[in-house]
Design a protein around this ligand. Sequence first.
Ligand code: B12
Length: 429
Amino acid sequence: MGHLEAFLFLLGALGTLADICEIPEVDSQLVEKLGRRLLPQMDLLSPNPSIYVGLRLSSLQAGTQEDLYLHRLKLNYQQCLLGSASRDDNSDCQDRPSMGQLALYLLAVRANCEFVRGHKGDRLVSQLKRFLEDEKKAIGHDHKGHPHTSYYQYSLGILALCVHQKRVHNDVVDKLLSAVEHDQNLYQSHLSVDTAAMAGLAFTCLERSNFNPDQRERITKAIGTVRGKILRDQTSSGHFGNVYSTPLALQLLMTSPVPGVKLGLACLQARTALLTSLQDGAFQNALMISQLLPVLNHKTYLDLIFPDCQAPRVLLRPTTETPAVTPALAIINVTLKVSSLVPPYEQSFFVLSGSSLEDVLKMAQELGRFTYEAQASLSGPYLNSVMGKAAGEREFWQLLQAPDIPLLQGIADYRPKDGETIELRLVSW
Ligand code: B12
């Protein structure tokens, strides 16, 4: 090859590289440390399907603990979703799993290279289809309504059916397509990066499986739209949206190249940003870890179409090491504020440094004048009521660092700093 040809070849190779989102290898010890944080979570009472999916798509495994976990997931979801008799027997089954939880459960089954089958499997699939039909009705013919859950869960539902090779009705897909198409026209997009990524994963699965050939063109266009949105939402630090939406965003961007876009560079910047966040300890929450682990193993939820259950994975062992330095105990001052209610509430508390926001809420409740309620979710405790005022439909109690910075973590994970004021604000979404 002459010099010119070699130069052109190199240019071509670099051009192709620029179109591909690849995440270079991350230090395996760092990945293991992250994976080990899931182990104690796997002993908790209600199993979390996202943790199982995350582990199976990672380079790590939890041995027999993992098999037991899947067994518990199956028992739990089948009992809670099928048949009222078994529901009475099972005290773990307080709430019926939502559409998104059922979808995640089906992803977990597929992560073990199984297809849902038999009478029970068919009933779960029918149930998920029914959930989607109900949501479709809630959105309405004119697309003016909203799903009872969210477009995130709607996308999860379509994705789960798709990886199980179950066809989804064109009408159901149409609602998600319309949500993305209408969002595109808005100056400020309403779909979060997480939701856009999940919708993109669902569409890409449909595109690859060719399940909805009549809608193929719209599906391909919608994939381009959500990818474009995610790339536009890259921050100066490199994250797509924020640190916690970056894993799902990368999952989508990794699925296929985008011609003419410097995708490779954007993904490298995201990887660097993620590594910095990892080293800063940003990933403590099990659900967030479960969305990140596949990315660090170059996998995405689309790998559940044809999962590789023989791939070697490193066995995780619980750590025996104790923290090198015990942080000095200090007392800090945190102020809690609720302005959305009459009369407003504001009170300062002295708590140990390192306390979570949940610890502060508990203390406020114990001392009187303040009450709250939280409900368990796959992400941890979700604050749903403050001073007896429960968030209504499409409302939520937003957590803010006063005056106006929304927190990126929930009440159990966020640790206020000395002198900080935390506001709980009832807002619509
Ligand atoms: C939809 C959504 C919401 C909706 C939920 C309502 C609804 N009807 O769906 C709204 C807009 C209300 C919301 C609120 C918040 N959210 Co949100 N949310 C999501 C999203 C996009 C999907 C969640 C979902 O449906 N999962 C699938 C279902 C099957 O799982 P699930 O456990 O049953 O779902 C429930 C919980 O996830 C819960 N929920 C939603 N967000 C959060 C956040 C936390 C910390 C907790 C404990 C629970 C929780 O609502 C879901 C529906 O009931 C995720 C994205 C993601 N990557 O996971 C972000 C996400 C989980 N949310 C996040 C955050 C930070 C929040 C807030 C804390 C923001 C704030 N500053 O107030 C609040 C929660 C405050 C509170 N009261 O406790 C972060 C969490 C990061 C982390 N470190 O854990 C994520 C990852 C988004 C992000 N990239 O920043 N959220």
